[in-house]
Design a binder for this molecule. Structure first.
Ligand code: NDP
Length: 330
C-alpha cells in the first residue's frame, strides 16, 4: 500500500515537494492486531503546525516518516475478538491506504445511518469544534448577533447553521462569490466575500449595524480586527483558529485594535476541541435532531486517491474547499 511521508519541513506556504509517496508491505495481523483498508482520510489546517519542528498540542510529524491524522477504514483481517472482517473503524492512521495495528488503537464506528465520511467532518472533530466553540466557549445566548469567519469551511459552516437553528442573526465571511452563494443557501443573513472587500469593518456593519455579540474566529488577522471594531459591550470571542497566519514566516504583530477588549468588556477565549470531548454525546444528539429537521446540511470537497492527499491539504490554504476537505482512498 502507498503512504505519504514528510520529506522536508516547509518555510512559509508548503508545497508538494514537502511530501513524498512510499510503498510498503503490510504484515499479517499478529495476536491482538487488525489489518485495515482505509476508505477516507482527512486533511485539516492544524496539520500545518505539525509540519514544523516545534512542540505544540499535537506532536510534530517526523521527517521521512509517514504522516498521521484522522481516517476511516474497513477491517480486512482480524486477529482480535473485538473486531471482525468488514467492521468500519475510525483511527488516527491517516495519510496511508492501509495499516496493521493493535485493535485497541482503533475505534469501531457505528454510522447511525450517516455516510461514513461524515465522521471526519460534520459529525466528527470539526463538528464538535463548532458546537463547543459556539455554545460553551462563546456562551451563545438569546439575541446574540454572531459573526463567523472561515464561514464556508467545515467548522464555520456548522457554526453558522447551529446559530441559525437557534434563531440568531448570522454574518458570515468567506472567499469568493460561490462561497457567498453557499452561505446564503445555508441561511446566513449577511454573507461577505472578504476577497472583494477593502474595508471588512464596514462590511460587517453593513450586515449588523447594531454590532456583534459573538465572534467565532477561524481566520485571525484582518477578520479579528473587524470583529473587535464591531463588537458590542460584553461580546464573547471564541478563538478557534487563525489560518491566515499559519504560513507566516514572521508572526504578525497585533491585532492593532486589541485595546478595544477593555472598553467593550470583551471576553476572548482560545480553545482546543479535545478539551471539550465531554460534550460529544449531547453534540451527537443535537446534531442528529438538526439533521432530521433539515436545519443542518453539509457539503464536502473530495479529492480522489492517496496521491492527491498533499493537493487536498494545500488546497485548504487557497480555499479550494467548500465544507469539509476530504480524500477518498477506496
Ligand atoms: P476549513 O474547512 O475552514 O478550510 C480552511 C479554509 O480557510 C479555506 O477553505 C479558506 O476559505 C480559509 N482560508 C485559508 N487561508 C485563508 C486566509 N489567509 N484568510 C482567510 N481565510 C483563509 O477548515 P476547518 O473547518 O477544518 O478549520 C477552520 C479553522 O478552525 C482553522 O483555523 C482550524 O485551524 C481551526 N480548527 C480549530 C480546532 C480547535 O480545536 N481549536 C479544531 C478544528 C479546526 P476561504 O475560501 O473562505 O478563504
Amino acid at each position: 500500500v502507498k503512504e505519504i511521508r514528510l520529506k522536508s519541513r516547509p518555510v512559509g506556504m508548503p508545497t508538494r515537494d514537502n511530501f513524498e509517496t512510499a510503498t510498503v508491505e503490510l504484515r499479517a495481523p499478529g495476536p491482538g492486531e487488525v489489518q485495515v483498508k482505509n476508505l477516507w482520510m482527512t486533511v485539516d489546517p492544524y496539520m500545518r503546525g505539525r509540519m514544523n519542528d516545534v512542540k505544540s498540542y499535537a506532536p510534530p510529524f517526523q521527517l521521512g516518516k509517514v504522516m498521521d491524522g484522522g481516517a476511516i477504514g474497513q477491517v480486512v483481517a482480524s486477529n482480535d475478538p473485538s473486531l471482525k472482517e468488514g467492521d468500519l473503524v475510525q483511527s488516527g492512521y491517516g495519510w496511508r491506504e492501509g495499516y496493521t495495528a493493535p485493535a485497541n488503537t482503533v475505534q469501531k464506528l457505528d454510522t447511525k445511518g450517516l455516510p461514513v465520511q461524515a465522521f471526519l467532518g460534520v459529525a466528527g472533530m470539526p463538528g464538535l469544534t463548532a458546537y463547543a466553540g459556539l455554545l460553551r466557549v462563546a456562551g451563545l445566548k438569546d439575541g446574540d448577533v454572531v459573526f463567523v469567519s472561515g464561514a464556508a469551511g467545515a467548522v464555520g459552516s456548522l457554526v453558522c447553521q447551529i446559530a441559525k437553528a437557534k434563531g440568531h442573526k448570522v454574518i458570515g465571511s468567506a472567499g469568493g462569490p460561490e462561497k457567498v452563494a453557499f452561505l446564503k443557501s445555508i441561511g446566513v443573513d449577511h454573507a461577505i466575500d472578504y476577497k472583494a472587500e477593502k474595508d471588512l469593518t464596514a462590511a460587517v456593519l453593513a450586515g449588523a449595524p447594531e454590532g456583534i455579540d459573538v465572534y467565532f474566529d477561524n481566520v485571525g488577522g484582518a477578520h479579528l480586527e473587524a470583529a473587535l471594531n464591531t463588537a458590542r459591550l460584553f461580546a464573547r470571542f471564541a478563538i478557534c483558529g487563525m489560518i491566515s497566519i499559519y504560513n507566516a514566516t514572521e508572526p504578525p504583530p497585533g491585532p492593532r485594535n486589541l485595546a478595544q477588549l477593555i472598553g467593550k468588556n470583551i471576553r476572548m477565549e482560545g480553545f482546543i476541541v479535545s478539551h471539550h470531548s465531554d460534550l460529544l454525546p449531547k453534540f451527537v444528539e443535537d446534531l442528529s435532531g438538526w439533521v432530521k429537521e433539515g436545519k443542518v446540511k453539509w457539503q464536502e470537497t473530495v479529492f480522489e486517491g492517496i496521491d492527491k492527499a498533499p493537493d487536498a491539504f494545500l488546497g485548504l490554504f487557497s480555499g479550494e474547499n467548500t465544507g469539509k476537505m476530504l480524500v477518498k482512498l477506496a
